[in-house]
Design a protein around this ligand. Structure first.
Ligand SMILES: O=C(O)CCC(=O)C(=O)O
Length: 330
């Protein structure tokens, strides 16, 4: 085996926290003789890079223990690891027990006063903005990485054309007008703000600050976490939302940015196990919302033709995204 391959195996083992015996076994399992493996492992004692990798692995192990404590505490909580449903909660209660506690919740009764709840339909969208050109995500089904490569999937379409396609009511994950398209769509979809009204939990100074989502039954937003706290409000149709806590990081297969290699896996609701994260699952119906705290993983499936709004305009700075890059994270 070339020296570089042995070094790669050793680096992998050191990063995983292997002790000398485990490193030796790793090399032998890969076909290195016992004597050569002993020589390589002994040499590490004088290697400053190995020392630093060992120290870093120990720091990571400490972080895993801290996360394991979070899991134990969450499971011990009254009601166990569960998603609370709050009926039009008082803002102080919501911020103290959910937003600041980084705890998700299903929220009902937040938008009972929105005309959109009875007004929004494909006919309404066609009437108020059918002639506008909007941007949507398209050709998602041909690309397993459609979320990571979302810039490649942006297309301009006449809104009326998209609406007519939606009228077929075919299940599809191919076309989805998402929050990511909001920059382009702000002017075209501005008339829809007349169908909405302030939400008590949000910043009253930012009433027209939100993101529109429209898609057929069958859209799938793969497992990812946001870089902000987020309120997803359902107006037409239902969505199934699965969530996994940030402290399940070790089981989230995070190899790229905010995305998880679990993709759209239907990870089962429940406590999880050594390989799978604990998962909370709910369905939000028209008039219902889900609070998605920053860092919580989620995967979303539209069970019907669906129109939603999402908001990040909380009464708190919600600026977590701003220093993300400075951490040099994935
Ligand atoms: O509704 C969806 O399809 C995805 C929503 C979501 O993931 C988000 O707002 O971060």
């Amino acid at each position: 085996m070339p020296q570089s391959d042995k070094r790669a195996l050793l680096a992998e083992g050191l990063a995983a926290g292997d002790d000398d015996a485990a490193l030796h076994a790793r090399l032998v399992a890969a076909g290195v003789s016992a004597a050569a493996a002993k020589y390589e492992v002994d040499r590490l004692a004088k290697d400053p890079m190995a020392a630093e990798l060992r120290a870093q692995a120990a720091r990571m192990a400490k972080q895993r223990w801290l996360f394991a404590n979070q899991q134990r505490l969450a499971f011990e909580a009254e009601g166990g690891f569960a998603l609370d449903t709050l009926a039009a909660p008082d803002a102080d209660h919501f911020y103290r027990h959910y937003y600041e506690a980084n705890r998700p919740a299903k929220l009902v009764g937040l938008i009972d006063h929105w005309p959109a709840l009875t007004r929004w339909s494909l006919d309404h969208f066609a009437a108020v903005a059918g002639d506008a050109v909007v941007e949507a995500q398209v050709e998602r089904e041909r690309d397993p990485d459609y979320e990571l490569a979302k810039d490649d999937h942006r297309r301009l379409v006449r809104f009326a054309e998209l609406i007519d396609w939606l009228r077929q009511d075919e299940p599809s994950n191919d076309i989805y007008l998402t929050a990511y398209n909001s920059g382009t769509n702000a002017a075209a979809l501005a008339p829809l703000w007349g169908d909405m009204a302030p939400i008590d939990l949000l910043d009253p100074a930012r009433t027209s600050d939100g993101f529109f989502w429209l898609g057929p039954r069958g859209t799938l937003t793969p497992w990812h976490h946001d870089l902000t706290n987020n309120l997803l409000v359902q107006v037409i149709g239902r969505k199934r939302v699965r969530m996994a806590p940030p402290w399940a990081f070790d089981r989230m297969k995070n190899s790229r940015h905010c995305f998880s290699d679990w993709g759209n896996a239907a990870l089962p609701a429940g406590p999880g196990d050594a390989a799978t994260p604990p998962v909370l699952e709910t369905i939000i119906a028209p008039g219902e919302a889900i609070f998605l705290p920053v860092g919580w993983w989620h995967q979303v499936e539209a069970l019907d033709l669906s129109a939603s709004m999402s908001f990040t305009s909380f009464r708190r700075p919600n600026v977590h995204v701003e220093d993300y890059a400075s951490y040099g994270a994935l």
